[in-house]
Each structure stands twice: as C-alpha cells, then as structure tokens.
Design a protein around this ligand. Structure first.
Ligand code: MG
Length: 167
C-alpha cells in the first residue's frame, strides 16, 4: 500500500475540522468499535491508528473528492439533477457509500463489517452530522458522514488485525 505524504494528512485533518469533525470524535468511534474485543485498548492507540489510516494515499484522495463534492453542493456549484440529490442526501444515491469503500477496503473485510455497523448505528459524530444536515439548512454532509465512518471502521480493523497477530 502506498503511503501518502504527511503534509496532505495535515491538510485532511484541517479540512475535516473545517467541516466540524475533530480527530477526537473519530477516536471515540474507533474506541467504541474495538474496546470490547481488545482489552486495554487506549484512546491513544485509536488516535495512532486513525493517523496511520489517514496517511494512505487512497484514503486521502477519497476524502478530498467526497468533501469537495459536499462543499460544491453547499455552494450550489453542482449541476442538476445531481445538486438536488446531494442536497437531499437521498438514501438511494449510494455513491457516498461506494466512495467510502475505497477507505474500508484498505484493511480487509473487517473494515466493511465495521462500516456497515456504524452506518446503521449513527452514533456520536455521525448522528451530529445528520442532525446538522437536517436542522441547519444549507449544510451538505452527504459524503462526509460515510467518509468519517469509513476512516473509523478502517482504523478499528487495523487495530483488530494487529491485535490478532499479537495473540
Ligand atoms: Mg451519506
């Protein structure tokens, strides 16, 4: 797997923060996913795993593309009919989940299982993004919620693989 560059990882963290998502919120998702399977897991372990995931070039590119589309839709700079589809975050759209798979695939099938679980549960930061989209008119997080869930799912899968190898 190709490592991306560190500068781009910082750009991604800044970009997530500009879209209201803090690293610590993703840490909470990873800890939630993995804590029962991995006794002694710390938030620091989760944070380190997320940073490793965010170092992968394919992860960085998926985040750049998805967040850019959200921002363009927010500004009305996407042509119809896609603009309305993105603004309404239609459950039948599905391309947001497809893009997120580019991230979950990096760490194998556990990543997919974790992602599906988060997609259904909509906990903490994921619930907040959905709430922001519904309550604050004009906010588009169609791609962002899936991308954040995918980063958390991939980071948890990475921990699971490493933990499995150490047993
Ligand atoms: Mg979505």
């Amino acid at each position: 797997m190709v490592e991306g560059d560190g500068d781009l990882r910082q750009d991604i963290l800044d970009l997530l923060a500009s879209r209201t998502v803090q690293l610590e919120e993703i840490v909470d998702l990873v800890h939630f996913l993995q804590k029962d399977r991995q006794p002694g897991l710390t938030k620091e372990d989760c944070r380190e795993s997320i940073l490793r995931v965010l170092s992968k070039r394919e992860v960085q590119y998926a985040l750049l593309v998805g967040i850019q589309l959200d921002r363009l839709a927010e500004k009305g700079l996407v042509d119809e009919p896609l603009l309305t589809i993105l603004r309404e975050d239609s459950p039948l759209f599905g391309i947001d989940e497809v893009l997120a798979l580019a991230i979950t695939n990096v760490y194998g099938s556990i990543g997919l299982t974790n992602f599906g679980y988060l997609d259904k549960q909509k906990i903490v930061v994921l619930a907040r993004l959905q709430h922001e989209e519904q309550e604050l008119r004009g906010q588009v997080h169609t791609f962002l919620d899936d991308l954040v869930a995918a980063v958390a799912a991939a980071a948890a899968s990475r921990l699971a693989h490493r933990y499995g190898e150490s047993q």
